[in-house]
Design a protein around this ligand. Structure first.
Ligand code: SGN
Ligand code: CA
Length: 516
């Protein structure tokens, strides 16, 4: 017994003796893999994120367990699915008394910091340093809350401000005798997708390829699809999302913004310093002129909205890529690069026009999948990629494991270490669990849960008792629900069994329709 106690007491010291990597975890908000050239994007060149992939490992099948902001962040901290850490939707307050990744790293001698988006409604715990955006944060002249609880306004553009603050911590504020964890969390390219003055012009004349299902008729595809309000044509706003001056729209009845949208438009533009504001308004005036001239409807309007959406979203994402470049340069110039594991990811995937949609939430691959690239020179093979299904519950166990720290049993994920270091391509997990809760909220996506294997996906919208089954090999864009297809009845039975097994394994016993 005494020996055992001594071991527990000595464990942190023994582990400390090993070389521990610094960890910089860069997470953007709503940056889909289809907008990263390392993932083969036709939409955006991201040279700096691509550099990470060239020097590290790119995961082709990284997924989240609940495709929405706050819950994804809580999963990163706890290594648990939402029902376990309590953060099921964006409205919940995260319980910061839980065991978390930064707290465990601290116990083993790490310094921990978070800069940027937090979105968990309580102040960070387990961090030696934090500076966070309140709520969703703002693109121009963002406010940041510091550890004293004071909120200050910072001149400039959010992505650049957050990068500067992160580098300031790395350079001047941290204790350089300790290994560190830095979570650098961007707001961009989250809605309302406002680019930096630097990048607006470069994108405004580009024409982007349209996804095959942009004009798809989604009626007749069930209750869940019928209820959603994430349609670019109907739900994306011309003034508040796409920056069309309301003055151009007041005499076009089907485009006329309401007073709330006008107020929103004014509030976002009023944050831009006057000198730049007029210039930016002028750049965007072309959109208003086109609408005035053409007075488009239906698909003609959708066509324009899609292009403008892409111009703004991609220009906002371009700044995130520049931020990654700055961090990599900083690591090079300080000699920190070799012993620093750098991760790039997003809190989830994002619809870029597929099914005519924007936003996320669904268990479909577009929003369930997220980019994930990890570099650790000399440890992770440069230019490698991995096709194994991994999930965001795995991140915390991975970072602990890579630092030689025991992973607590309460964490539900698996360490990616065998994939990263030994380059294994299979491991002890054949399926992923998913559960989305946030209803009724923006974009009106119904609660659902499900299971994904390499080949199939079963989804259950339990409040309306609606099931969907997809064959991902034959139908990767998940357009053909096979639930009534007799040829798949055996697969369906297996998938239902697997879903129940996962619910037991992850200890999710919340009432969900007819699922027991
Ligand atoms: C805001 C957005 C929504 C978005 C949610 C959640 N509306 O409410 O479009 O789905 O955030 O996003 S906006 O008009 O305020 O932009 S999340 O990334 O925080 O989960
Ligand atoms: Ca998000």
């Amino acid at each position: 017994m005494k020996k055992y106690l001594l071991l527990i007491w000595l464990l942190p010291i023994i582990v400390t003796a090993q070389q521990k990597p610094n960890i910089i975890y860069i997470m953007s908000d709503d940056h889909d893999a289809n907008a990263i050239s390392a993932y083969g994007s036709q939409l955006l060149a991201t040279p700096h994120i691509d550099r990470l992939a060239k020097e590290g490992m790119l995961f082709k099948q990284a997924f989240v367990g609940n495709s929405i902001c706050g819950p994804a962040r809580a999963t990163l901290l706890t290594g648990q699915h939402s029902h376990k850490n309590g953060m099921k939707d964006n409205r919940t307050r995260f319980d910061g008394t839980q065991i978390t990744l930064p707290k465990l790293l601290q116990q083993y001698g790490y310094q921990t910091a978070i800069v940027g988006k937090w979105h968990l409604h309580t102040y960070p715990t387990g961090f030696d340093y934090w500076k966070i955006l309140p709520g969703q944060g703002l693109y121009y002249q963002p406010r940041l809350i510091s550890m004293t609880g004071d909120t200050n306004t910072y001149a400039g553009y959010a992505t650049e401000v957050i990068t500067k603050e992160a580098i300031d911590w790395l350079d001047k504020k941290r204790d350089d005798t300790k290994p560190f964890l830095l979570l650098l969390h961007h707001k961009a390219p989250h809605r309302y997708f406002f680019p930096s003055p630097k990048n607006i012009e470069a994108f405004r004349d580009k024409i982007f390829p349209e996804p095959a299902t942009l004009y798809a008729d989604t009626t007749g595809k069930g209750t869940a699809w019928k209820l959603q309000t994430m349609n670019i044509l109907h739900d994306m706003k011309l003034s508040s999302d796409l920056k069309v001056d309301p003055a151009y729209l007041m005499d076009i009845p089907w485009m006329k913004p309401d007073s709330a949208e006008i107020a929103y438009y004014n509030s976002i533009f009023n944050r831009i310093p006057v000198t730049e504001r007029e210039k930016i308004k002028k750049i965007y005036s072309i959109r208003g002129e086109i609408l005035q001239q053409q007075k488009p409807k239906g698909n003609d309007l959708l066509k324009l909205k899609y292009q403008w959406y892409m111009q703004d979203y991609l220009a906002s994402a371009a700044s995130v890529d520049e931020s990654v470049g700055e961090i990599l340069n900083y690591l090079d110039s300080t000699g920190l690069a070799n012993n620093t594991m750098v991760v790039y990811t997003s809190d989830q995937g994002f619809y870029l026009g597929q099914n005519g949609w924007f936003d996320k939430r669904w268990m479909y691959d577009v929003s369930m999948r997220t980019p994930l690239i990890i570099r650790w020179p000399g440890k992770i093979k440069a230019g490698s990629s991995n096709h194994t299904m991994v999930q965001n519950i795995d991140y915390a166990p991975t970072f602990l494991d890579m630092a030689g720290i025991p992973v607590p049993a309460s964490m539900q994920g698996l360490s990616l270490q065998p994939l990263l270091i030994q380059q294994k391509t299979t491991w002890n997990r054949k399926s992923l669990y998913y559960h989305f809760y946030e209803y009724k909220a923006d974009h009106t996506v119904l609660q659902h849960l499900g299971v994904r294997t390499e080949r199939y996906k079963l989804i259950y919208f339990y409040t309306v008792n609606e099931w969907q089954l997809f064959d991902l090999l034959k139908d990767p864009s998940e357009q053909h629900n096979l639930i009534q297809n007799k040829a798949y009845s055996g697969i369906l039975a297996d998938m239902k069994k697997e879903l129940l097994r996962l619910r037991d394994q992850y200890d999710d016993h919340e009432v969900a329709g007819e699922l027991k």
